[in-house]
Design a protein around this ligand. Sequence first.
Ligand SMILES: Cc1ncc(COP(=O)(O)O)c(C=O)c1O
Length: 462
Amino acid sequence: MSYPSAATRSPAHQSLLGRARQIQQQEMQRLLERTRGSAQLFTRASRILPLGVVSSFQKGDPYPLYLKRGQGSHVWDQDGHEYLDFHGGFGAMVTGHAHPRIVAAIAEAAGRGTHFAVTTEEAVAWGEEICRRFGLEMLRFANSGTEATMDAIRVARAATGRDVICKIEGSYHGHHDAVMFSIVPNADLMGGRDRPASAPVSRGMTRDAARNIVVTPFNDAQVLEEIFRERGREIACLIMEPVMMNIGIVLPQPSFLRRARELCNQHGVILIYDEVKTGFTIAAGGATERFGVKADLVCLAKALAAGLPAAAFGGRADLMKLIGQGVSQMGTYNGNPLVAHVGLVMLREILTPDGYAHLARLGTRLVTGCQRAIDANQLPAHTVDLGAKGCVSYRQTPMQNYRDFLDTMPELFAASYPWLLNRGIFMTPGDEEQWTLSVQHSDADIDRYIEVFSGFCSAVAG
Ligand SMILES: Cc1ncc(COP(=O)(O)O)c(C=O)c1O
Protein backbone atom coordinates (compact mmCIF):
# COMPACT_ATOMS: atom_id res chain seq x y z
CA MET A 1 0.00 0.00 0.00
CA SER A 2 1.51 3.37 -0.90
CA TYR A 3 0.74 6.70 0.66
CA PRO A 4 -1.59 9.17 -0.98
CA SER A 5 0.09 12.30 -2.23
CA ALA A 6 0.21 15.00 0.41
CA ALA A 7 -2.43 17.68 0.21
CA THR A 8 -1.32 21.20 -0.58
CA ARG A 9 0.37 22.80 2.42
CA SER A 10 -0.15 26.36 3.57
CA PRO A 11 3.04 28.47 3.70
CA ALA A 12 2.68 28.71 7.51
CA HIS A 13 3.25 24.96 7.72
CA GLN A 14 6.47 24.90 5.75
CA SER A 15 8.83 25.62 8.67
CA LEU A 16 6.94 23.10 10.82
CA LEU A 17 7.45 20.52 8.07
CA GLY A 18 11.14 21.38 7.84
CA ARG A 19 11.61 20.78 11.57
CA ALA A 20 9.56 17.57 11.37
CA ARG A 21 11.81 16.24 8.60
CA GLN A 22 14.93 17.16 10.54
CA ILE A 23 13.65 15.45 13.71
CA GLN A 24 12.63 12.41 11.71
CA GLN A 25 16.13 12.08 10.22
CA GLN A 26 17.94 12.58 13.52
CA GLU A 27 15.68 10.25 15.47
CA MET A 28 15.72 7.56 12.77
CA GLN A 29 19.52 7.66 12.76
CA ARG A 30 19.54 7.22 16.52
CA LEU A 31 16.97 4.42 16.32
CA LEU A 32 19.01 2.52 13.72
CA GLU A 33 22.11 2.78 15.90
CA ARG A 34 20.20 1.39 18.90
CA THR A 35 18.54 -1.52 17.13
CA ARG A 36 21.32 -3.54 15.51
CA GLY A 37 19.72 -6.76 16.78
CA SER A 38 16.54 -6.00 14.84
CA ALA A 39 18.62 -5.20 11.74
CA GLN A 40 20.37 -8.56 11.98
CA LEU A 41 17.15 -10.46 12.48
CA PHE A 42 15.68 -8.62 9.50
CA THR A 43 18.50 -9.89 7.30
CA ARG A 44 17.95 -13.43 8.52
CA ALA A 45 14.14 -13.26 8.34
CA SER A 46 14.20 -11.81 4.83
CA ARG A 47 15.77 -15.02 3.53
CA ILE A 48 12.56 -16.95 4.23
CA LEU A 49 9.84 -14.34 4.86
CA PRO A 50 8.90 -11.81 2.15
CA LEU A 51 9.64 -8.34 3.57
CA GLY A 52 11.17 -10.10 6.58
CA VAL A 53 7.86 -10.25 8.44
CA VAL A 54 4.99 -12.66 9.06
CA SER A 55 2.32 -10.18 7.84
CA SER A 56 2.82 -7.28 5.42
CA PHE A 57 1.26 -4.86 7.92
CA GLN A 58 4.38 -5.38 10.08
CA LYS A 59 6.93 -4.27 7.51
CA GLY A 60 9.22 -1.38 8.38
CA ASP A 61 11.48 1.07 6.63
CA PRO A 62 14.38 0.20 6.50
CA TYR A 63 13.44 -2.70 8.81
CA PRO A 64 10.83 -3.28 11.52
CA LEU A 65 11.56 -3.57 15.23
CA TYR A 66 11.31 -7.17 16.38
CA LEU A 67 10.01 -7.96 19.85
CA LYS A 68 11.17 -10.67 22.21
CA ARG A 69 8.62 -10.53 25.02
CA GLY A 70 5.89 -8.60 26.83
CA GLN A 71 4.81 -8.28 30.44
CA GLY A 72 1.92 -6.12 31.65
CA SER A 73 2.10 -2.79 29.80
CA HIS A 74 5.73 -3.34 28.77
CA VAL A 75 7.47 -4.98 25.79
CA TRP A 76 11.15 -5.69 25.08
CA ASP A 77 12.73 -5.55 21.64
CA GLN A 78 15.33 -7.79 20.03
CA ASP A 79 18.12 -5.60 21.44
CA GLY A 80 16.69 -5.82 24.97
CA HIS A 81 15.32 -2.25 25.09
CA GLU A 82 12.22 -1.85 27.24
CA TYR A 83 9.17 0.09 26.03
CA LEU A 84 5.71 1.00 27.29
CA ASP A 85 3.39 -0.65 24.83
CA PHE A 86 0.74 1.53 23.19
CA HIS A 87 0.74 -0.56 20.00
CA GLY A 88 -1.26 -3.30 21.74
CA GLY A 89 -0.72 -5.90 19.02
CA PHE A 90 -2.78 -3.80 16.56
CA GLY A 91 -5.63 -3.62 19.05
CA ALA A 92 -5.77 -7.19 20.33
CA MET A 93 -4.06 -6.78 23.71
CA VAL A 94 -6.63 -5.02 25.90
CA THR A 95 -5.69 -7.47 28.65
CA GLY A 96 -2.03 -6.40 28.48
CA HIS A 97 0.76 -8.95 28.13
CA ALA A 98 1.06 -12.18 30.10
CA HIS A 99 -1.87 -11.23 32.32
CA PRO A 100 -1.59 -13.69 35.26
CA ARG A 101 -5.20 -14.85 34.85
CA ILE A 102 -4.70 -15.43 31.12
CA VAL A 103 -1.44 -17.31 31.69
CA ALA A 104 -3.29 -19.53 34.19
CA ALA A 105 -6.25 -19.97 31.81
CA ILE A 106 -3.94 -21.09 28.99
CA ALA A 107 -2.35 -23.66 31.32
CA GLU A 108 -5.78 -24.89 32.51
CA ALA A 109 -7.03 -25.37 28.95
CA ALA A 110 -3.77 -26.85 27.66
CA GLY A 111 -3.88 -29.47 30.40
CA ARG A 112 -7.29 -30.62 29.17
CA GLY A 113 -6.29 -30.92 25.51
CA THR A 114 -5.82 -28.12 23.01
CA HIS A 115 -7.91 -29.29 20.09
CA PHE A 116 -10.69 -31.74 19.24
CA ALA A 117 -12.53 -30.19 16.26
CA VAL A 118 -15.63 -30.98 18.29
CA THR A 119 -17.78 -28.28 19.92
CA THR A 120 -17.29 -27.89 23.68
CA GLU A 121 -19.59 -26.48 26.35
CA GLU A 122 -17.13 -23.64 26.90
CA ALA A 123 -17.36 -22.61 23.25
CA VAL A 124 -21.14 -22.43 23.72
CA ALA A 125 -20.77 -20.37 26.92
CA TRP A 126 -18.25 -18.04 25.22
CA GLY A 127 -20.67 -17.60 22.31
CA GLU A 128 -23.55 -16.85 24.72
CA GLU A 129 -21.51 -14.12 26.41
CA ILE A 130 -20.57 -12.52 23.06
CA CYS A 131 -24.22 -12.65 21.90
CA ARG A 132 -25.31 -10.99 25.14
CA ARG A 133 -22.81 -8.14 24.78
CA PHE A 134 -23.57 -7.35 21.14
CA GLY A 135 -27.27 -8.24 21.08
CA LEU A 136 -26.68 -11.07 18.56
CA GLU A 137 -29.26 -13.84 18.21
CA MET A 138 -26.81 -16.40 16.84
CA LEU A 139 -23.14 -16.52 15.95
CA ARG A 140 -20.40 -18.67 14.48
CA PHE A 141 -16.68 -18.65 15.29
CA ALA A 142 -13.76 -18.17 12.90
CA ASN A 143 -10.03 -17.52 13.32
CA SER A 144 -9.35 -14.03 11.98
CA GLY A 145 -11.13 -10.83 11.10
CA THR A 146 -10.62 -11.71 7.44
CA GLU A 147 -12.56 -14.95 7.85
CA ALA A 148 -15.32 -13.22 9.82
CA THR A 149 -15.99 -10.59 7.14
CA MET A 150 -15.66 -13.16 4.34
CA ASP A 151 -18.24 -15.42 5.99
CA ALA A 152 -20.65 -12.59 6.88
CA ILE A 153 -20.57 -11.39 3.27
CA ARG A 154 -21.36 -14.91 2.06
CA VAL A 155 -24.39 -15.05 4.36
CA ALA A 156 -25.54 -11.63 3.10
CA ARG A 157 -25.15 -12.70 -0.52
CA ALA A 158 -27.09 -15.88 0.12
CA ALA A 159 -29.86 -14.00 1.94
CA THR A 160 -30.34 -11.43 -0.82
CA GLY A 161 -29.38 -13.39 -3.94
CA ARG A 162 -27.25 -10.36 -4.88
CA ASP A 163 -23.50 -10.11 -5.53
CA VAL A 164 -22.42 -6.52 -5.02
CA ILE A 165 -20.75 -5.31 -1.82
CA CYS A 166 -20.91 -1.67 -0.80
CA LYS A 167 -17.93 -0.59 1.30
CA ILE A 168 -16.63 2.64 2.78
CA GLU A 169 -13.67 4.40 1.17
CA GLY A 170 -10.60 4.11 3.42
CA SER A 171 -11.76 1.07 5.40
CA TYR A 172 -9.99 -2.26 5.70
CA HIS A 173 -11.99 -5.45 6.23
CA GLY A 174 -9.34 -8.13 5.85
CA HIS A 175 -7.33 -9.44 2.93
CA HIS A 176 -9.80 -11.52 0.91
CA ASP A 177 -10.47 -10.41 -2.68
CA ALA A 178 -14.04 -9.24 -2.12
CA VAL A 179 -13.10 -6.26 0.07
CA MET A 180 -9.51 -5.40 -0.92
CA PHE A 181 -10.52 -2.15 -2.58
CA SER A 182 -9.99 1.54 -1.80
CA ILE A 183 -8.26 1.04 1.52
CA VAL A 184 -5.71 3.84 1.24
CA PRO A 185 -6.21 4.75 -2.43
CA ASN A 186 -3.70 7.05 -4.04
CA ALA A 187 -5.16 10.45 -4.87
CA ASP A 188 -4.86 9.82 -8.62
CA LEU A 189 -6.84 6.55 -8.40
CA MET A 190 -9.61 7.42 -6.01
CA GLY A 191 -12.13 9.18 -8.29
CA GLY A 192 -14.51 11.96 -7.28
CA ARG A 193 -15.48 12.73 -3.69
CA ASP A 194 -19.14 11.84 -4.27
CA ARG A 195 -18.47 8.75 -6.41
CA PRO A 196 -15.24 7.18 -5.16
CA ALA A 197 -13.63 4.74 -7.58
CA SER A 198 -13.06 1.09 -6.61
CA ALA A 199 -9.28 0.95 -6.43
CA PRO A 200 -7.87 -2.60 -6.07
CA VAL A 201 -5.19 -2.95 -3.42
CA SER A 202 -3.35 -6.08 -4.49
CA ARG A 203 -2.13 -7.74 -7.62
CA GLY A 204 -3.50 -11.24 -8.11
CA MET A 205 -7.13 -10.46 -7.33
CA THR A 206 -9.85 -11.73 -9.65
CA ARG A 207 -11.37 -9.30 -12.15
CA ASP A 208 -14.80 -10.41 -10.94
CA ALA A 209 -14.12 -8.89 -7.54
CA ALA A 210 -13.90 -5.45 -9.14
CA ARG A 211 -17.29 -5.87 -10.80
CA ASN A 212 -18.88 -6.62 -7.45
CA ILE A 213 -17.76 -3.71 -5.33
CA VAL A 214 -19.07 -0.17 -4.95
CA VAL A 215 -17.35 2.38 -2.73
CA THR A 216 -19.01 5.17 -0.75
CA PRO A 217 -17.68 7.88 1.61
CA PHE A 218 -18.13 7.62 5.41
CA ASN A 219 -20.48 10.11 7.05
CA ASP A 220 -22.20 10.99 3.78
CA ALA A 221 -25.77 9.74 3.78
CA GLN A 222 -26.63 11.59 0.58
CA VAL A 223 -24.11 9.73 -1.55
CA LEU A 224 -25.15 6.45 0.04
CA GLU A 225 -28.77 7.23 -0.78
CA GLU A 226 -27.89 7.96 -4.41
CA ILE A 227 -25.83 4.78 -4.76
CA PHE A 228 -28.63 2.70 -3.27
CA ARG A 229 -31.18 4.38 -5.55
CA GLU A 230 -29.05 3.55 -8.60
CA ARG A 231 -27.78 0.07 -7.66
CA GLY A 232 -29.75 -0.99 -4.58
CA ARG A 233 -31.22 -4.04 -6.30
CA GLU A 234 -27.73 -5.44 -6.96
CA ILE A 235 -26.29 -4.71 -3.50
CA ALA A 236 -26.16 -7.58 -1.02
CA CYS A 237 -24.60 -5.72 1.90
CA LEU A 238 -23.15 -2.51 3.21
CA ILE A 239 -20.08 -3.46 5.22
CA MET A 240 -18.65 -0.75 7.43
CA GLU A 241 -16.73 -0.01 10.57
CA PRO A 242 -19.21 2.00 12.65
CA VAL A 243 -16.18 4.03 13.76
CA MET A 244 -13.47 4.18 11.08
CA MET A 245 -10.24 2.93 12.62
CA ASN A 246 -7.86 2.45 9.76
CA ILE A 247 -7.10 6.13 9.17
CA GLY A 248 -6.64 7.17 12.79
CA ILE A 249 -10.15 7.38 14.24
CA VAL A 250 -13.16 8.88 12.46
CA LEU A 251 -16.29 9.11 14.59
CA PRO A 252 -19.64 8.55 12.94
CA GLN A 253 -22.13 11.36 12.91
CA PRO A 254 -25.08 9.87 14.79
CA SER A 255 -27.40 10.68 11.90
CA PHE A 256 -25.14 8.78 9.48
CA LEU A 257 -25.48 5.44 11.26
CA ARG A 258 -29.23 5.92 11.64
CA ARG A 259 -29.66 6.88 7.99
CA ALA A 260 -27.47 4.00 6.78
CA ARG A 261 -29.68 1.65 8.82
CA GLU A 262 -32.86 3.12 7.26
CA LEU A 263 -31.48 2.96 3.73
CA CYS A 264 -30.45 -0.68 4.18
CA ASN A 265 -33.97 -1.48 5.39
CA GLN A 266 -35.54 0.36 2.45
CA HIS A 267 -33.42 -1.40 -0.18
CA GLY A 268 -33.21 -4.86 1.38
CA VAL A 269 -29.44 -4.48 1.89
CA ILE A 270 -27.85 -6.37 4.80
CA LEU A 271 -25.98 -4.02 7.15
CA ILE A 272 -22.72 -5.60 8.37
CA TYR A 273 -20.70 -3.91 11.09
CA ASP A 274 -17.03 -4.73 11.06
CA GLU A 275 -16.29 -4.43 14.78
CA VAL A 276 -12.94 -6.18 14.51
CA LYS A 277 -11.28 -3.11 16.05
CA THR A 278 -14.13 -1.48 17.97
CA GLY A 279 -15.49 -4.69 19.51
CA PHE A 280 -14.39 -5.20 23.15
CA THR A 281 -12.22 -2.04 23.09
CA ILE A 282 -14.48 1.00 23.02
CA ALA A 283 -17.18 -0.65 25.19
CA ALA A 284 -18.13 -4.13 26.39
CA GLY A 285 -20.53 -4.31 23.43
CA GLY A 286 -18.37 -2.27 21.05
CA ALA A 287 -19.78 0.40 18.77
CA THR A 288 -23.14 -1.39 18.74
CA GLU A 289 -23.49 -0.51 22.43
CA ARG A 290 -21.81 2.87 22.26
CA PHE A 291 -23.79 4.32 19.34
CA GLY A 292 -27.02 2.34 19.74
CA VAL A 293 -27.68 1.57 16.05
CA LYS A 294 -27.86 -2.16 15.36
CA ALA A 295 -26.54 -3.97 12.32
CA ASP A 296 -27.92 -7.22 10.85
CA LEU A 297 -24.55 -8.95 11.23
CA VAL A 298 -21.49 -8.05 13.31
CA CYS A 299 -17.88 -9.23 12.73
CA LEU A 300 -15.50 -9.58 15.69
CA ALA A 301 -11.84 -10.55 16.09
CA LYS A 302 -8.67 -8.96 17.55
CA ALA A 303 -9.46 -8.37 21.28
CA LEU A 304 -11.79 -11.38 21.42
CA ALA A 305 -9.40 -13.81 23.12
CA ALA A 306 -6.53 -11.97 24.85
CA GLY A 307 -4.22 -12.19 21.84
CA LEU A 308 -5.03 -15.74 20.75
CA PRO A 309 -6.27 -16.08 17.16
CA ALA A 310 -10.05 -15.92 17.31
CA ALA A 311 -12.97 -14.37 15.48
CA ALA A 312 -16.74 -14.54 15.35
CA PHE A 313 -19.61 -13.15 13.35
CA GLY A 314 -23.29 -13.20 14.10
CA GLY A 315 -26.56 -11.34 14.30
CA ARG A 316 -30.11 -12.00 13.09
CA ALA A 317 -31.16 -15.63 13.55
CA ASP A 318 -32.97 -15.76 10.17
CA LEU A 319 -29.68 -14.87 8.46
CA MET A 320 -27.43 -17.10 10.56
CA LYS A 321 -29.79 -20.05 10.04
CA LEU A 322 -28.89 -19.95 6.36
CA ILE A 323 -25.82 -21.79 7.59
CA GLY A 324 -27.35 -25.21 7.39
CA GLN A 325 -29.62 -24.20 4.52
CA GLY A 326 -27.00 -24.24 1.80
CA VAL A 327 -24.52 -21.66 3.11
CA SER A 328 -21.13 -23.12 4.00
CA GLN A 329 -19.18 -21.90 7.02
CA MET A 330 -16.49 -24.07 8.52
CA GLY A 331 -12.97 -24.10 9.95
CA THR A 332 -10.90 -26.75 11.71
CA TYR A 333 -9.97 -24.39 14.55
CA ASN A 334 -13.27 -22.50 14.93
CA GLY A 335 -14.09 -22.14 18.65
CA ASN A 336 -11.05 -24.24 19.55
CA PRO A 337 -11.16 -25.27 23.26
CA LEU A 338 -7.97 -23.41 24.22
CA VAL A 339 -9.15 -20.18 22.64
CA ALA A 340 -12.72 -20.62 23.94
CA HIS A 341 -11.57 -21.07 27.54
CA VAL A 342 -9.24 -18.07 27.38
CA GLY A 343 -11.87 -15.94 25.64
CA LEU A 344 -14.49 -16.80 28.23
CA VAL A 345 -12.18 -16.14 31.18
CA MET A 346 -11.17 -12.82 29.63
CA LEU A 347 -14.76 -11.66 29.16
CA ARG A 348 -16.00 -12.85 32.54
CA GLU A 349 -13.07 -11.91 34.75
CA ILE A 350 -11.01 -9.19 33.06
CA LEU A 351 -13.10 -7.15 30.61
CA THR A 352 -15.66 -6.42 33.33
CA PRO A 353 -17.42 -3.09 34.04
CA ASP A 354 -14.48 -2.23 36.35
CA GLY A 355 -12.05 -3.06 33.54
CA TYR A 356 -13.88 -0.74 31.14
CA ALA A 357 -14.06 2.03 33.77
CA HIS A 358 -10.26 1.79 34.17
CA LEU A 359 -9.74 1.93 30.38
CA ALA A 360 -12.08 4.91 30.01
CA ARG A 361 -10.33 6.83 32.78
CA LEU A 362 -6.86 6.16 31.36
CA GLY A 363 -8.00 7.01 27.82
CA THR A 364 -9.37 10.37 28.88
CA ARG A 365 -6.24 11.11 30.93
CA LEU A 366 -4.03 10.36 27.89
CA VAL A 367 -6.10 12.36 25.45
CA THR A 368 -6.37 15.33 27.82
CA GLY A 369 -2.59 15.39 28.29
CA CYS A 370 -1.85 15.06 24.56
CA GLN A 371 -4.39 17.71 23.60
CA ARG A 372 -2.90 20.09 26.18
CA ALA A 373 0.54 19.66 24.57
CA ILE A 374 -0.93 20.18 21.08
CA ASP A 375 -2.70 23.36 22.16
CA ALA A 376 0.29 24.74 24.06
CA ASN A 377 2.41 24.38 20.92
CA GLN A 378 -0.34 25.36 18.48
CA LEU A 379 0.17 22.28 16.36
CA PRO A 380 -2.28 21.35 13.60
CA ALA A 381 -3.48 18.20 15.34
CA HIS A 382 -6.41 16.83 17.29
CA THR A 383 -7.09 13.90 19.61
CA VAL A 384 -9.86 11.32 19.76
CA ASP A 385 -10.87 9.52 22.98
CA LEU A 386 -12.75 6.21 22.77
CA GLY A 387 -12.02 4.09 25.83
CA ALA A 388 -9.11 1.74 25.18
CA LYS A 389 -8.70 3.34 21.75
CA GLY A 390 -7.55 6.83 20.99
CA CYS A 391 -5.23 8.75 18.72
CA VAL A 392 -3.50 11.94 17.76
CA SER A 393 -4.22 12.89 14.13
CA TYR A 394 -2.15 15.62 12.53
CA ARG A 395 -4.99 17.74 11.26
CA GLN A 396 -6.56 20.72 13.01
CA THR A 397 -10.13 19.46 13.01
CA PRO A 398 -11.67 15.98 13.31
CA MET A 399 -11.96 13.94 10.12
CA GLN A 400 -15.28 13.05 8.52
CA ASN A 401 -14.03 10.53 6.00
CA TYR A 402 -11.05 9.29 3.99
CA ARG A 403 -10.64 12.50 1.96
CA ASP A 404 -9.91 14.36 5.20
CA PHE A 405 -7.15 11.86 5.96
CA LEU A 406 -5.38 13.10 2.82
CA ASP A 407 -5.29 16.48 4.48
CA THR A 408 -3.32 15.28 7.52
CA MET A 409 0.44 15.86 7.84
CA PRO A 410 2.15 12.45 7.64
CA GLU A 411 5.51 14.18 8.14
CA LEU A 412 4.55 14.96 11.75
CA PHE A 413 3.65 11.36 12.42
CA ALA A 414 6.85 10.19 10.72
CA ALA A 415 8.86 12.42 13.10
CA SER A 416 6.90 11.43 16.20
CA TYR A 417 7.30 7.70 15.63
CA PRO A 418 11.09 7.36 16.13
CA TRP A 419 10.97 10.13 18.76
CA LEU A 420 8.58 8.05 20.87
CA LEU A 421 10.50 4.81 20.27
CA ASN A 422 13.82 6.37 21.30
CA ARG A 423 12.20 7.41 24.56
CA GLY A 424 10.64 4.09 25.39
CA ILE A 425 7.15 4.37 23.90
CA PHE A 426 6.19 1.58 21.51
CA MET A 427 3.61 2.71 18.94
CA THR A 428 2.16 1.35 15.73
CA PRO A 429 4.34 2.05 12.70
CA GLY A 430 1.74 3.95 10.63
CA ASP A 431 -0.45 7.03 11.11
CA GLU A 432 -3.49 5.00 10.00
CA GLU A 433 -3.42 3.20 13.38
CA GLN A 434 -4.24 4.34 16.92
CA TRP A 435 -3.14 3.41 20.41
CA THR A 436 -4.68 0.55 22.37
CA LEU A 437 -4.58 0.71 26.16
CA SER A 438 -4.77 -2.34 28.39
CA VAL A 439 -6.20 -3.03 31.83
CA GLN A 440 -2.59 -3.39 32.99
CA HIS A 441 -1.64 0.18 32.03
CA SER A 442 -1.27 2.55 34.98
CA ASP A 443 -1.57 6.28 35.52
CA ALA A 444 2.23 6.44 35.56
CA ASP A 445 2.38 4.77 32.10
CA ILE A 446 -0.05 7.31 30.72
CA ASP A 447 1.84 10.21 32.28
CA ARG A 448 5.09 8.97 30.75
CA TYR A 449 3.47 8.96 27.30
CA ILE A 450 2.22 12.50 27.83
CA GLU A 451 5.66 13.65 28.99
CA VAL A 452 7.40 12.17 25.93
CA PHE A 453 4.73 13.39 23.54
CA SER A 454 4.86 16.90 25.06
CA GLY A 455 8.61 16.92 24.46
CA PHE A 456 7.99 16.05 20.83
CA CYS A 457 5.39 18.79 20.44
CA SER A 458 7.79 21.42 21.84
CA ALA A 459 10.64 20.20 19.63
CA VAL A 460 8.62 20.18 16.41
CA ALA A 461 6.99 23.52 17.19
CA GLY A 462 10.48 24.97 17.67
C1 LIG B 1 -11.55 -3.31 10.77
C2 LIG B 1 -10.80 -4.57 10.44
N1 LIG B 1 -11.47 -5.58 9.87
C3 LIG B 1 -10.86 -6.74 9.57
C4 LIG B 1 -9.51 -6.91 9.81
C5 LIG B 1 -8.85 -8.20 9.47
O1 LIG B 1 -8.55 -8.90 10.62
P1 LIG B 1 -7.41 -10.01 10.61
O2 LIG B 1 -6.11 -9.31 10.50
O3 LIG B 1 -7.60 -10.73 11.90
O4 LIG B 1 -7.68 -10.89 9.43
C6 LIG B 1 -8.79 -5.87 10.40
C7 LIG B 1 -7.34 -6.01 10.68
O5 LIG B 1 -6.62 -5.10 10.93
C8 LIG B 1 -9.44 -4.66 10.71
O6 LIG B 1 -8.79 -3.63 11.26
